[in-house]
Write a protein that binds this ligand. Structure first.
Ligand code: SAM
Ligand code: SF4
Length: 334
């Protein structure tokens, strides 16, 4: 182990989110345009390079790895990578290996993921209505995702559902989705839609459903108790007393969560984003490829962490999308 990663604001960086591909088998309207141009495969880190990159971070104190994308489970031979990370769980260096997925391929991989040491998975699902699901994901089929959830639970993997709160879209399903998650013993987190990328076809402000409003609606039927639990990320948690459920709220636009931020994001081309809402980025692919020893890479990582900004600048309050990011969530992995 080398010295742990501490940023200029004394935040220990122990959580790395890794996008393993920018490709996806869905085209969710808030995330991608229908005719996305993807990166040439040669620009992507190979699975071996991803292993070396993640192992270097683990060696520098990263305890939690979340694999994401694009859709991580469409990356060819992705299980090779998961299986190679198992050694860090076994050595105790890594405390959690997990992923965020749209669930479409999960039925094929659930048992293997469990065998690799994955115990929790986040599955993104915004609606329980077949037609609405097809509309919001453009290319997805709800039945496949349900099949994936079934397989994950059967394998012994705990499932959390992430739903993007969308005005006029899933407002009417607030209670149905909540009850469905309770019945299946799954935690549920609502995400406020973020101004990511220029998708051209959707107006971010029209879709914006403030989670403070969602919470008010929820309080009509449930007694909500705020939990003090924080994970170093943008989520806050409430307990629904009547069902005992834990519900998360990710409100990057209405809450400042930056002071406790413990994470950085690696793209599939080896760029390190220090903050989801800022453009600060460091290329780690060149230092990785520059030398077979990890020293150059470690130095580049330390230099990058030293640039981690204090916070982000998203703001809807002036009725225009300020601080809008030009990159898509599929690029940084959400
Ligand atoms: N494909 C995987 C999935 O959908 O879970 C992983 C990558 S996806 C980019 C990660 C998360 O970002 C998903 O939960 C998705 O709903 C969320 N997301 C994408 N675009 C978003 C946006 N504009 N605002 C808020 N969340 C967004
Ligand atoms: Fe794909 Fe996930 Fe983006 Fe939907 S949110 S298009 S599933 S990467």
């Amino acid at each position: 182990m080398t010295a742990p990663l501490i940023d200029p604001f004394a935040r220990a960086i122990d959580y790395l989110r890794v996008s393993v591909t920018d490709r996806c088998d869905f085209r969710c309207v808030y995330c991608m345009s229908e005719d996305m141009t993807f990166l040439p495969k040669k620009d992507l880190l190979t699975l071996e390079e991803l292993d070396r990159m993640c192992s270097t971070f683990v060696n520098m104190g990263v305890k939690k790895l979340r694999i994401t994308g694009g859709e991580p489970l469409v990356r060819r031979n992705i299980m090779t990578f998961f299986n190679s990370m198992t050694r860090h769980l076994e050595s105790g260096a890594l405390s959690e290996l997990t992923l965020t997925t749209n669930g479409s391929q999960l039925h094929r991989y659930a048992d293997d993921l469990y065998a690799a040491g994955v115990r929790r998975v986040n599955i993104s699902l915004d609606t329980l209505d077949d037609e609405k699901f097809a509309k919001i994901t453009r290319w997805g089929r709800l039945a496949n995702v349900i099949r994936g959830i079934d397989a994950a639970q059967k394998a012994g993997i705990r499932v959390k559902i992430n739903a993007v709160a969308l005005k006029g879209f899933n407002e009417s399903e607030l209670f149905t989705i909540t009850e469905w998650c309770a019945e299946r013993d799954m935690d549920l987190t609502w995400i406020e839609v973020m101004p990511m990328g220029d998708l051209g076809n959707e107006d971010r402000l029209d879709q914006y459903w403030a989670l403070s409003d969602l919470r008010k609606k929820l309080a009509e039927q449930y007694t909500l108790t705020e939990l003090t639990e924080r994970t170093g990320g943008p989520a806050r948690y409430m307990r629904l007393e009547e069902s005992g459920q834990k519900m998360g709220f990710i409100t990057p636009l209405t809450h400042n969560f930056c002071e406790s931020c413990n994470r950085v994001r690696l793209t599939c081309t080896g760029e390190l984003y220090m903050c989801l809402g800022q453009e600060d980025v460091a290329d780690l692919r060149a230092p990785l490829r520059a030398s077979e020893s990890n020293e150059v890479l470690e130095n580049a990582i330390r230099k990058a962490i030293a640039l981690k900004p204090k916070g982000h600048d998203f703001d809807y309050s002036r009725q225009q999308v300020d601080g809008q990011m030009t990159r898509h969530m599929s690029h940084t992995g959400g």
